[in-house]
Write a protein that binds this ligand. Structure first.
Ligand code: NAD
Length: 347
């Protein structure tokens, strides 16, 4: 399995865009375009070193290949990173320079929202380049609510697999109360779930206590909460061989891309009896939504939501296969992606 994953480790192209005057330091990573052009959001994050940023964007773009493939989409894997602080450095001049970079890529890569990159940013870019999705004008807007809906359905599928038919009284520990995490909490709360939450943003935490009667938890304690579900909805790299033994929940299902530091550590979760919903399967809602903008007939909300409704079915299938074969769920998910990409290669 590891060898097969390695074979998917090479990126087709990686572009570095630098404009010192306008403050742009961006990487566009195009992982695999066998199924179609690269599609994935732009992250704006102040990585301390270029290498740390590169590692992040390479992993993310690779994840997009798997996400598109499993969701049955005709897009490849791509992702961009602007190394900058989204609150202080994301000036119009920087975004202008980034739009020029996207134009120079000539349709190999389509982008949209991600951490630090908003609908307003997408709208700004859209006036300068057609290679942007998730816009309000002529687009489908913010993909986060659709991602949150898919994650919500995925959590229910995981609970169902464990014989739990209702969210009433189910305890969910949510890490990250951003665009996706907050909407997810709304949905869980509305169906009677009990919430424990954490975020680096104290105001969000206070609001969650008020609105959802959520229990606030320290940043480093959320993993240990003895909840039914742990929902990572902040950044990636939160689960490792060091902390998986401390996991308090029996299900891990959330929005964060690459929550595992290493793919193979999912085995440790399996051995602890923790059911893991693979990230790119459960969080594909937003991608399905933005991809729909690029369909020949334009965006169709109903058709998109019908595709999102298939996320729990795909997960149920992955859970069943993983159990029958005694293999980690993310190996099964990767296999589904390989099958589709390899079949397209043979065509
Ligand atoms: P966001 O930036 O709106 O929210 C992230 C939240 O996490 C913020 O509130 C932030 O304060 C908090 N946070 C950051 N570091 C933290 C930490 N160490 N501990 C606790 N909280 C922390 O981002 P989002 O759009 O909600 O996305 C959340 C995750 O889901 C990301 O990993 C993203 O890649 C993934 N994702 C998002 C979408 C989407 O449609 N937005 C789609 C697929 C995957």
């Amino acid at each position: 399995e590891a060898a097969k994953l390695d074979a998917f480790d090479n990126h087709e192209r990686v572009w570095h865009g630098r404009d010192e005057e306008r403050g742009l330091n961006a990487i566009v990573a195009i992982h695999n375009t066998v199924l179609g052009p690269g599609l994935g959001g732009t992250r704006v994050w102040p990585h301390e070193t270029f290498e740390a940023g590169l590692t992040d964007v390479l992993r993310l773009s690779r994840g997009m290949t798997f996400k598109s493939a499993v969701a049955g989409m005709d897009f490849g894997g791509g992702k961009a990173l602007i190394i900058a602080n989204s609150k202080t450095d994301k000036t119009p001049a920087l975004l202008e320079a980034y739009a020029e970079m996207l134009m120079a890529l000539n349709g190999q890569y389509f982008t949209g929202e991600d951490v630090g990159f908003t609908v307003a940013d997408a709208d700004f870019l859209r006036k300068r380049t057609p290679n942007v999705t998730g816009t309000t004008v002529g687009g489908s807007g913010n993909p986060s609510p659709v991602t949150a809906h898919g994650v919500f359905l995925g959590i229910k599928a995981a609970l169902k697999h464990r014989g739990i038919a209702t969210l009433d009284g189910v305890h969910v520990a949510v890490q990250g109360l951003g665009s996706v995490g907050w909407t997810l909490c709304q949905k869980l709360h509305a169906e009677g779930a009990r919430l424990s939450v954490t975020d680096i943003d104290a105001a969000r935490m206070e609001e969650a206590q008020k609105v959802f009667k959520a229990t606030p938890v320290a940043l480093d304690a959320i993993l240990k909460v003895e909840a039914d579900v742990f929902a990572p909805c902040a950044l990636g790299g939160v689960l490792s061989a060091e902390n998986i033994p401390m996991l308090g929940a029996k299900i891990v299902a959330g929005a964060a891309n690459n929550p595992l530091v290493r793919h193979e550590d999912a085995r440790l979760m399996m051995e602890r009896g923790v059911l893991y919903a693979p990230d790119y399967v459960i969080n594909a809602g937003g991608l399905l939504n933005v991809a729909a903008e690029l369909a020949p007939g334009g965006y169709d909300r109903e058709a998109t939501m019908a595709k999102v409704a298939k996320i729990p079915e795909t997960l149920a299938d992955i859970f069943a296969r993983a159990e029958a074969q005694k293999r980690p769920t993310n190996d099964i998910a990767a296999e589904l992606a390989f099958e589709r990409i390899n079949a397209a290669r043979r065509d």
